[in-house]
Design a protein around this ligand. Structure first.
Ligand code: PMP
Length: 285
């Protein structure tokens, strides 16, 4: 079965799905994106992803090309046409197609909208969560507005590649003061020796992960103690547990940081319980 993409109003086989070379996403990374988990054919936390999309578009002054209801129809149609049971749906909106010029294109230029979806390997992901992942750390070198989910991801790309080359699955950015901000495509968490869960506060310096938001609800229900603040690399090395969160990985235990084992080197109880209960708190549509 060939995969189907939605491109500016049309559903097309992936091989025919293309954007103009003067698309500002291609020319300038002038666009935003969202990734939603699909589970049992349903979208997870679509409403919250749409809210964050609105924030990203608003901050970059890109016009909203479709109302959330219309976009929702497209999401579900792309999921259906690709027969996604468990996987992700990806949305990208750019400032549109216009003769190359750094400044905004003429008023009325229509943003480009692309939606794709793909299945993921459920068994492989569960195995990974059972084993836990290794992370490395890299210097924070991104701009100051990473709360905007922009497709401009070069530092993230280089960080993830560095992780891969060192046999790790994720890279954590560490800022000049020695504090972990977040992962290249996930939020970062630790659990201290005395059982406090710590994740960085949200401001312009991290992406406000949708999974992060839902995990905070799961934690409250489980009666866990939370500290929303930046933690240092030293604290991470001394932690009992560590984990990352993202729409595609949910809660993924971290068992090594820069080659050093976290806690006893196995996935932690808190991370595993948060992963187990996550979908009781997430919205499905
Ligand atoms: N931070 C970054 C840099 C990310 O790319 C992602 C994944 N989109 C996240 C955090 C986690 O966000 P979410 O839980 O919404 O997937």
């Amino acid at each position: 079965m060939s995969r189907i993409a939605y491109v500016n109003g049309r559903y097309l086989p992936l091989r025919d799905a293309s954007v103009n070379v003067e698309d500002r996403g291609y020319q300038f990374s002038d666009g935003v994106y969202e990734v939603c988990e699909v589970r049992g054919g349903k979208l997870i936390d679509e409403r919250r992803h749409m809210e964050r999309l609105r924030h990203s578009l608003g901050e970059l002054r890109i016009a909203i090309p479709m109302e959330p209801q219309a976009l929702s129809v497209v999401f579900h149609e792309v999921v259906r046409r690709n027969r996604i049971r468990w996987g992700i749906v990806y949305l990208q909106i750019t400032r549109g197609v216009s003769r190359r010029d750094h400044a905004f294109p003429p008023a009325g230029t229509r943003p480009s909208v692309v939606v794709t979806a793909r299945n993921m390997d459920f068994t492989a992901a569960e195995k990974l969560a059972g084993d836990g992942i290794a992370v490395i750390t890299v210097p924070e070198n991104r701009w100051e507005r990473v709360d905007i989910k922009s497709v401009s991801l070069l530092p993230n790309v280089l960080a993830k590649q560095a992780a891969r080359e060192q046999g790790a699955k994720e890279a954590w950015f560490v800022d000049k003061s020695g504090h972990v901000t977040e992962g290249s495509s996930s939020n970062a968490w630790i659990v201290t020796r005395d059982g406090k869960v710590i994740t960085r506060q949200v401001d312009h310096g991290i992406l406000k992960g949708i999974t992060r938001t839902v995990v905070l609800e799961v934690m409250a229900q489980q009666g866990l103690k939370l500290e929303e603040r930046a933690f240092t690399l030293e604290e991470a090395h001394a932690a009992r547990e560590a984990f990352v969160t993202s729409a595609s990985q949910i809660v993924m235990p971290v068992v090594r940081i820069d080659g050093r084992p976290v806690g006893n080197g196995a996935p932690g109880l808190i991370a595993s319980a948060l992963r187990r209960d996550f979908h009781q708190f997430a919205e499905q549509s």
